[in-house]
Structures are given as structure tokens and as C-alpha cells.
Design a protein. Structure first.
Length: 504
């Protein structure tokens, strides 16, 4: 059964299932559950306590939310499809499956750092190989010189023997004296040959002594350098002691300056105390002057209060006489008002009868208005109840939307944390393999150096053996030199053990 992606599944099928790995990865990155993208019909939102209007509201809300999530998931999937890194990850997974290594190991083996390390190792191998080749070529050149000298001596000896054999053949006819003389000359020639061989051995011994002398000179030079270092260290310690003495002197001077500053502070404090006493005396004088001023002010206030009290008593007397005149005027006015009140009472009786009639008409109109108001209030309460139901449903949908968004953000953050953890795991694995490979290359480099010194010592031992035996064979040494230079430690073959297909 083919995998169903976000582009191919039926959006209006409630039983649809999304099974494509890339689509599931896009949903995970966006914090969306695949079940949230499946269509739900209107019947799924029916409830006996909900009106059709609220059911339609719920359906529209969840359908709009589903379409928004579907658009976000499809955008994430398009981003995954068009991302170049996806192709690299697929190639990396294929190479890891073919080679049996982890992705971190493959990234480490194909990193630029290891390429630089391999280039450094190859340069070091080339350097070691050149050094060994030059050293062994020098030894081989010396051996060839000794071999040519030995051959020259042997050929000269052979030519001399042939010459004397020819002379002896020609001189056979001569007397015994000439034969004895020829025999003596032959003995002298043999002694000369022995002397030449002895000289060659002495030359070799002289060269060995020269090498020992150079080593002693080198040891002496190192010893002198060590003594110079000791003298330099002693000089530095002397400088440090001088610096310590200087610091001690500066500390004593600082203590003296501190003592002087303390004496100055004490004098300053005495002067401040004298100034403080003078200031306190000045403040006491100011306080006495202020108290005198306050006393004079109190006397002036008492005189002013007494004057105000006299004015108030005079005003009260004037008010009492005025009140008496007003009471007399009011009595006269009340008598006149009593006459007018009877006339007013009669008029009020007529007005009361007319008012009762108007009140009855008004009461009836109010009752009619109350009935109409109650009907309108009932309609308003019904509308209010419907509005409150709608508002409660809308608030519930808002809360549900907020809850969905929070849960989606949480799942998205979980997916991001998982991706970061996976990337960190790959980087850690890459670093571990990188360090292991760099350590292996360092071990190879040390092994190449050790092998170079070992090869040089081996060739030198062979040359020394030939010198001791006085049997020089440069071809044998050249063959051994070629065998040593063909070692894997001096070529790039040693790096082929951990090679993997390169990533593009």
C-alpha cells in the first residue's frame, strides 16, 4: 500500500490516514498531531444541550483550525522537500548503511580537519622519507667511496702481481742472485699491501674517534648552555631579591606617610572640635534671640485677641435688638396669612377633586405601560440568554484554541529539542571519532619516525659490519635501502584502512 502524504490524502474523508514519513516529520516539526488534520463532519459536534447555531459555530471553528494546521504542515513539508540538507542526510544514511559506520564517524572521516591532518601526516611522512633517504644516501656514498678505494687497491695489487710474474718469467734465466733479489722485492710489495690495509683500518678508526670527539663537543656545548641557564636563573633570583628589598623600602616609606597623614588628621580633628564649640556658642546666642522674639509675639497676639473679643460682644448686642424687631414683624404677618389660608383651603379642595380624577387616568395608563414593559423584558431576557450561551461557547472555543496552540507549541519545542539533541549526539560522535583518528595519525607519525631511525641504524650497522670485514657491497646496502623505503609507514597506503566514500 503506497504511503499517503499531506498532498495526496482525501481532506473530506473522516477515515483518512497520513503515513508518509516526510509528512509525519513535517507534522512533528510544526507540533501537529496527524489526527488533528483529519476531517470531522458536523454530526460529530452534535450535543443535546447545544442549539444548531452553536453546533455550526463549533464545526466552523474546528474546520478553520484544521485548515490552518494543514496549511502549516504542507508548508513545512515543502520546506523539507526543497532543503538541500535533506539530500545530504539521505546520502549520509546510505553511506552509513553501506560502510557499517555511524553518521558521526563518516562526518568525522570526511571533515576538513581530518583532511588537513592527513595532509600533515603525508607531509611528515614525506619529510621523514626525505630525511631517511638523504641520511642513507650519505652513508651509501661513503660506502661506495670505501668500496671504490678497496677495488682500486685490489686492482693495483693484482696488476703488480701480474707484472712481477711476467718479470719472473723473463728473469728465470738469470742467476740465483737475481732470483733472490726478486723474491726480496716480492716480500716488500706484500708488506706494502699489508701496510695500506692497516692504513685503511687506521683511517676508519680515526673517523670513529672523530665522531666520538664531536659527540663529546656536543655534550660539552650542552653542559655550557646548562651552566649559562643556571647563571641566568641565579641572576633572575638576584633581581627578584632586589625587587623584594625595593618593595620593602617602599612599604616602609608608605607606613611613614601613613603615620604623617594620621598626625595631620589628628590636628585637623582638633581644629574641627574648636570650630564646633564656636558654632555651638553662636547657636545658643541665636536661640536666646529667637526665644525673646517669640515672647514679644505672644504678647502682641494676646492684645489682638482681646480686641477681637470686645468687637464680638458689641456685634451680639446689635443682633439681639434686630431679632426682636423681626419677631414683631412676623406676628403681624402671621395674622394676615391666617386670613389668606382659609381662602386657599377652599381653592385646594376643588383642585384635589380634579387631581384625583387625573390620578386615576394616569394609574390606568401606567398599568398598561407596565404590561408592555414586562413583555419587552421577557423578550430581552430571552435574547440575553441566547447571547450568553453564544458568548460562553465562543469563550470556550477561544480557550480551546489557546489550549491547542499551547499544546502545539509544546510539541514543536519537544521536536526542536529532539532535533538539537540528535545534532549534539552526532557532533559528539563526530568529535570522538575525529579525536580517535587524529590520535591514530599521531601514532602513525611517531611510528614512522621510529621506523626511520631504526632503518638508519640498520643500514649503519650493515655498513659498519662491511667495514670491519673489509668486504664492501654497495648493491646489498642499496637493496636493503629500497626494501626499507617501500614500507607502508613512508607511503599513503597506511591511510586507506579508514577510507570511506566521500560526501558531495
Amino acid at each position: 500500500m503506497p504511503a499517503v502524504s499531506l498532498l495526496t490524502f482525501d481532506e473530506n474523508n473522516p477515515k483518512a490516514v497520513i503515513s508518509s514519513p516526510r509528512s509525519l516529520q513535517a507534522c512533528k516539526q510544526e507540533g501537529i498531531l496527524p489526527e488533528e488534520l483529519i476531517y470531522k463532519p458536523v454530526e460529530a459536534f452534535h450535543d443535546k444541550n447545544l442549539s444548531p447555531r452553536l453546533v455550526k459555530l463549533r464545526f466552523d471553528f474546528f474546520e478553520a483550525k484544521r485548515r490552518d494546521l494543514l496549511a502549516a504542515a504542507r508548508r513545512a513539508r515543502e520546506h523539507l522537500v526543497t532543503e538541500t540538507r535533506e539530500n545530504q542526510n539521505q546520502q549520509l544514511a546510505m553511506v552509513a548503511q553501506e560502510s557499517g559506520l555511524s553518521k558521526g564517524a563518516i562526518l568525522a572521516l570526511n571533515s576538513d580537519t581530518l583532511k588537513l591532518e592527513r595532509q600533515k601526516l603525508l607531509r611528515a611522512q614525506e619529510t621523514e622519507r626525505k630525511w631517511l633517504n638523504q641520511a642513507l644516501e650519505i652513508e651509501l656514498k661513503n660506502l661506495k667511496d670505501l668500496e671504490s678505494a678497496n677495488e682500486f687497491l685490489d686492482s693495483a695489487a693484482k696488476d703488480t702481481q701480474a707484472y712481477f710474474r711476467e718479470q719472473s718469467r723473463k728473469m728465470k734465466e738469470m742467476n740465483d742472485r737475481r732470483a733472490a733479489e726478486e723474491e726480496r722485492k716480492q716480500l716488500e710489495m706484500e708488506a706494502r699491501q699489508k701496510l695500506e690495509k692497516q692504513l685503511a683500518k687506521e683511517e676508519f678508526h680515526r673517523q670513529q674517534l672523530e665522531m666520538q670527539r664531536k659527540r663529546k663537543e656536543e655534550a660539552k656545548r650542552l653542559k655550557e648552555a646548562h651552566e649559562r641557564q643556571l647563571k641566568e636563573a641565579e641572576r633572575k633570583r638576584e633581581i627578584e631579591r632586589e625587587k623584594a628589598a625595593k618593595r620593602e623600602q617602599e612599604h616602609r616609606e608608605l607606613q611613614a606617610r601613613k603615620e604623617e597623614m594620621r598626625a595631620q588628621d589628628q590636628r585637623r580633628m582638633d581644629i574641627m572640635a574648636q570650630k564646633q564649640e564656636a558654632f555651638q556658642e553662636f547657636m545658643r546666642e541665636r536661640k536666646d534671640a529667637r526665644d525673646m522674639k517669640i515672647y514679644k509675639s505672644i504678647l502682641a497676639n494676646q492684645h489682638f485677641e482681646q480686641k477681637r473679643r470686645d468687637d464680638f460682644e458689641k456685634k451680639q448686642q446689635d443682633e439681639a435688638s434686630r431679632e426682636e424687631r423681626l419677631l414683631q414683624a412676623m406676628a403681624e404677618k402671621q395674622e394676615e396669612n391666617a386670613k389668606k389660608s382659609f381662602q386657599t383651603l377652599m381653592r385646594r379642595k376643588v383642585i384635589a377633586e380634579e387631581g384625583a380624577k387625573r390620578a386615576e387616568d394616569r394609574r390606568q395608563a401606567i398599568l398598561d405601560q407596565q404590561e408592555e414593559t414586562e413583555y419587552r423584558l421577557m423578550e430581552h431576557e430571552a435574547k440575553k440568554e441566547r447571547y450568553l450561551d453564544f458568548k460562553r461557547e465562543l469563550d470556550g472555543l477561544r480557550a480551546k484554541n489557546k489550549e491547542i496552540n499551547v499544546e502545539r507549541q509544546r510539541r514543536r519545542e519537544d521536536a526542536e529539542r529532539e532535533a538539537i539533541a540528535e545534532a549534539v549526539k552526532k557532533k559528539d560522535e563526530k568529535i570522538d571519532h575525529l579525536n580517535a583518528e587524529r590520535q591514530r595519525m599521531w601514532e602513525l607519525r611517531k611510528a614512522a619516525q621510529a621506523e626511520a631511525y631504526k632503518a638508519r641504524e640498520c643500514v649503519k650497522e650493515e655498513i659498519l659490519k662491511q667495514r670491519i670485514e673489509s668486504k664492501f657491497n654497495s648493491k646489498k646496502v642499496e637493496g636493503k635501502l629500497g626494501t626499507l623505503m617501500q614500507s607502508d609507514l613512508f607511503s599513503a597506503k597506511i591511510l586507506q584502512s579508514t577510507s570511506v566514500p566521500a560526501l558531495h
